[in-house]
Design a protein around this ligand. Structure first.
Ligand code: ADP
Ligand code: MG
Length: 312
């Protein structure tokens, strides 16, 4: 028996038997094939996580595997798609590390009921995971960054700042810190995303690089100004939870901390009540302009802490 194929079968294929109803040829051939149901569009996204860049060297590789899958699925949530399949390219320094990463990957596939439709397994000087996710959405329903319009309200599903606080705790050696799980256990807002589709919301992004930076993507793509009220920021659960860090640090975490995978979206004012009842937080509104502004007590305030930039 070939050792490599044996390991792939044992670590991945046998533990992920789930097949999406659209799948014709599943895992095990040179490629997988899938039918696109009438009236639907295919939604695809790819994401890479590298040890020492996207997760600390001393963090469990099972956790890294789980995070990689959940973070990739968050891009489908941002578009409003329902996840169906994923394809995995895994780079492992040795078989033990491969095994560890596989545990978290399989766990995430099972938890989110997504089919592992194929992959590639290679040795590498660094552990890394590339995940391509595929999902389905009804034709012309996908939420986009360029669909915000003036007078829309700006909303958040999920919370921001806690993941950054958790990563800081981990890097400070507080491995059992209260915020660490917010960094380690990502939960993409998939159900909330379907609520947005039901309301015919048109503009959404998931926050991976920080609230201000990702809001800036909507502002630029939609050519609207995005006004975020500090008064609203102070009502977020994370604001109270992080209060012990002091005002400046709390704001920095909330406005620029990445990787909470919350959804930032814009909606016409008529949805205010429904969105509040669904547990979304209103952050501000869209106005003329093409960038993000923070507002406090009716006045614009200066703030220039940037989100994460790989090439800064
Ligand atoms: P090929 O040489 O045709 O590219 P591989 O030898 O890389 O195929 O993989 C054999 C089979 O195992 C393929 O069907 C592939 O999709 C699947 N596979 C490989 N690695 C993984 C993985 N990490 N997770 C899931 N399936 C995998
Ligand atoms: Mg082949």
């Amino acid at each position: 028996m070939n050792h490599e194929f044996d390991a792939i079968a044992k670590l991945f294929q046998q533990r992920t038997p789930l097949q999406h109803p659209t799948t014709r040829i599943g895992n095990g051939d040179d490629a997988s094939t899938h039918e696109i149901p009438q009236g639907f569009e295919l939604v695809i996204s790819t994401d890479t996580a590298v040890q020492g860049v996207h997760w600390p060297h001393n963090m469990g590789l099972d956790i890294a595997g789980n995070r990689a899958i959940q973070a990739a699925l968050s891009d489908l949530a941002a578009m409003g798609a329902k996840p169906a399949w994923l394809w995995l390219s895994i780079m492992a320094t040795n078989e033990h590390d491969l095994q560890q990463m596989s545990h978290g990957i399989v766990q995430a596939c099972q938890q989110q009921a997504v089919e592992l439709a194929g992959g590639d397994t290679v040795t590498s000087p660094t552990n890394a995971i590339n995940v391509t996710v595929g999902g389905l959405i009804q034709k012309n329903k996908a939420m986009r960054r360029n669909n915000a319009v003036i007078d829309d309200d700006v909303w958040l599903f999920g919370d921001v700042g806690l993941s950054a606080a958790g990563l800081n705790q981990w890097l400070d050696g507080e491995h059992d810190g209260t915020f660490v799980p917010h960094f380690q256990d990502i939960l993409p807002q998939l159900e909330q995303s379907q609520s947005l589709i039901d309301l015919a919301i048109k503009c959404c992004i998931d926050i991976s690089d920080g609230l201000l930076q990702d809001a800036g993507h909507i502002a630029k793509a939609s050519q609207v100004g995005i006004i975020i009220n500090i008064e609203n920021i102070k009502l977020l659960p994370s604001y109270a939870k992080l209060q012990h860090l002091g005002d400046e640090q709390v704001l920095k975490h909330i406005l620029s901390g990445g990787e909470d995978y919350a959804l930032l979206f814009t909606a016409p004012a008529k949805h205010q009540l429904t969105l509040s009842q669904l547990g979304a937080f209103k952050l501000g509104h869209c106005a003329q302009g093409s960038s993000v502004h923070l507002c406090y007590d009716g006045k614009t305030i200066d703030y220039n802490i940037k989100g994460f930039d790989h090439f800064a």
